[in-house]
Ligand binder design. Sequence first.
Ligand code: PMP
Length: 289
Amino acid sequence: MIIYLDGKYVPEEEAKVSVFDHGLLYGDGVFEGIRAYNGRVFRLDEHLARLYDSAKTIDLAVPITKEEMAEAIKETLRKNNLRDAYIRPIVTRGKGDLGLDPRKCKVPTVIVIAVTWGAMYGDLYEKGLRALCVSVRRTPPESMPPNVKSLNYLNNILAKIEANYHGMDEAIFFDTQGHVAEGSGDNIFVVKNGELITPPTLNNLRGVTRLVTLEIAASMGLTVVERNLGYFDLYAADEVFVTGTAAEIGPIREIDGRVIGNGKPGPITRQLMAAYKAVTQKEGTPIYG
Ligand code: PMP
């Protein structure tokens, strides 16, 4: 496997980062999760925009331009002969000392990893996922904006651990106000009486897949509403699904023991899943030529 590291393409064994890197010491950095389908990088510009906006929010100057980052991503895919892949660009604060002060970190570390990664939830796209509304709350925007895709994913990992202990496939986060926020690594949608409803994007990550899903839904003539949701909306929903680059569109069949709809992926979810698959197969930035 070839990794992009600070301007060089190196074998995985040589892709080493300092133990004084603040990305490791403090989760001080940002990243993206991108997929390539059929020889094209899906929604590359949107992911790069979020990466650079996240970096700006934490006052981290990415040492390469967006165009150079796009090239690094495509070249990493080419060097690994990949046409379908999951891509992980990372920018950390870089090497500093054991203190917190980011001014000690002179040069950010830039990494691009690209791997083969098929359907994240395997047969659950057919069966549906079981989800748990976890007790840990999504980090409030007053503390750390969830719109920043930072390397500090402990909030998300705590949610995942709680879901794991209960044998559930995914966690559903609420925010500190009691509104549904998102999944541990994906956004959430509810279908009720033919309407598609998703929470606004202050207390969650502004998902690229969420946006694509909203576009597809609008083109299918569905009514789309962005408003806050509570437990009632989840339990009483006709359909619930999550969206994310890694997860794609994942139908949820059960939440906290309540069966959603008839306990199988619903008709609107299925239509959106099929349409999403079609869009990802035909759109994107070409990797080769
Ligand atoms: N929320 C969180 C917390 C995530 O980690 C992700 C995955 N990046 C998403 C939502 C979905 O975002 P996207 O559709 O851009 O992958």
